[in-house]
Design a binder for this molecule. Structure first.
Ligand SMILES: Nc1ncnc2c1ncn2[C@@H]1O[C@H](COP(=O)(O)OP(=O)(O)O)[C@@H](O)[C@H]1O
Ligand SMILES: [Mg+2]
Length: 307
C-alpha cells in the first residue's frame, strides 16, 4: 500500500510545524509511517495558492487534507497549485464542494434531513423581505433555522439563527440580516432556511453524534465536537449509508440527531477532511482511518437504548 500523505495546516507563527490544533494528529500519522505535508492556510485564503503550497515537495502525488475549512473555490485553487507541483488532492474539488456545501448534498439526503431552501447571496447582501418570504413559504413548519451553505451562527441562536415564526416578515428579516452581518466576508454561497425540527438529547448520550465515513463505510462514531460526550448506543445507519453511498465522496461526516418522535435525522453533512474531532476522540483513530489501520465498525458500540 502506498504511504498515506496528509496535508495539514501549518502553524501561522512557524510554517515548518503543524498548527497546534492538528499537531497531535500529525504526530500519530508520522508514527504510523505516514507522511506529513504542510499548507499555509492563511496564504490560501488570501488568494496565494502558490505560496500556500510552497513547502510541498515536487512530485508528492496524492494527498489527503486535514485542517481548517476551506471555501470550495479556494479548495479548487489549492488542487490546481498542487498539480503544478506534481501533487493533487485525493478528494477532487467537485466532490469537496458536494460534501461541504448544503446544496451539494441536500438532494441526496432530502428524506433524512430538515427541509431546506436557499438563495445565492453575496457577502454583506441581505435578501429582500419578499425573497425571504418566498423562501420560507415552502417550509413545512413556521419555525426555521438560518445558515449559509456551510455554517450557522448557532452560538447566536436567538439573534442570528432561530426564526420562531417565519410568518412575521420583520422577525425573519431581522434574524437573516444579523446572520449576514455576523458572517461578514465568510458568508459561504448564500442564505439557507431550514424547517425547524424538535431534536432531543438522549439520557446519558451526546445531543449530536458525528459519523465518519470512508468510501461509503461508517468507520468512526464520535460525539459531535461541540457536545458533552456520553454513551453512544447502537444506530441504524442503513438509510444514511445508502445516501452516503449515493453522494459518492470518499471521506464524509454526517452529524446525526434524534428527533422527538425517535427518528434519526441528519443535521448536516461535511467533508471529512475539514471535520473537527471531539476532544475525547483519539486523534490516532482518525489517522488510522486514513492509513487503513482501523477495522470496519470500530467505535460502533454502546447501548441500544441511548442511540
Ligand atoms: N432544522 C433544524 N431544526 C432544529 N435545530 C436545528 C436545525 N438545524 C440546525 N439545528 C441546530 O443548530 C445547530 C447548528 O446547525 P448546523 O446545521 O449543524 O450548523 P453548523 O454548521 O453551524 O454546525 C445544530 O447542531 C442543531 O442543534
Ligand atoms: Mg453542525
Amino acid at each position: 500500500m502506498p504511504t498515506t500523505a496528509v496535508l495539514y495546516c501549518s502553524d501561522p507563527l512557524d510554517g515548518r510545524r503543524a498548527d497546534t490544533h492538528f499537531a497531535e494528529e500529525a504526530r500519530h500519522l508520522r508514527a504510523a509511517g505516514g507522511r506529513v505535508l504542510l499548507l499555509d492556510h492563511d496564504a490560501l485564503l488570501a488568494g496565494d495558492a502558490g505560496r500556500a503550497v510552497s513547502r510541498v515537495p515536487v512530485g508528492t502525488g496524492a494527498l489527503w487534507y486535514r485542517g481548517w475549512m476551506i471555501p470550495a473555490a479556494r479548495y479548487a485553487a489549492l488542487d490546481a497549485a498542487l498539480r503544478e507541483r506534481g501533487a493533487h488532492l485525493v478528494v477532487d474539488p467537485e466532490r469537496y464542494r458536494r460534501a461541504h456545501e448544503l446544496p451539494g448534498w441536500y438532494a441526496t439526503f432530502a428524506d433524512l434531513t430538515p427541509y431546506s431552501s436557499w438563495l445565492p447571496t453575496a457577502p454583506g447582501q441581505v435578501p429582500a423581505s419578499s425573497a425571504l418570504a418566498a423562501l420560507a413559504g415552502g417550509l413545512p413548519s413556521h419555525a426555521a433555522v438560518v445558515k449559509d451553505y456551510v455554517k450557522s451562527r448557532k452560538h447566536e441562536w436567538d439573534e442570528a439563527c432561530h426564526v420562531p415564526d417565519t410568518r412575521r416578515p420583520e422577525v425573519l428579516h431581522r434574524v437573516v440580516s444579523r446572520f449576514v452581518e455576523l458572517q461578514g466576508d465568510d458568508l459561504a454561497g448564500g442564505v439557507v432556511l431550514r424547517g425547524f425540527e424538535d431534536f432531543v438529547t438522549p439520557d446519558g448520550g451526546p445531543a449530536e453524534i458525528r459519523v465518519w465515513w470512508l468510501d461509503g463505510t461508517p468507520r468512526l462514531v464520535t460525539a459531535h465536537p461541540d457536545c458533552v460526550p456520553g454513551e453512544i448506543g447502537a444506530l441504524d445507519l442503513g438509510p444514511v449509508r445508502t445516501a452516503v453511498e449515493a453522494l459518492d465522496c470518499r471521506f464524509v461526516t454526517t452529524d446525526l440527531a434524534r428527533r422527538a418522535d425517535g427518528v434519526l435525522r441528519v443535521v448536516e453533512v461535511g467533508d471529512g477532511q475539514v471535520g473537527d474531532i471531539h476532544r475525547d476522540t483519539h486523534p490516532g483513530d482518525l489517522v488510522g482511518l486514513l492509513t487503513g489501520e482501523q477495522a470496519e465498525g470500530a467505535g460502533l458500540r454502546g447501548r441500544d437504548d441511548v442511540w
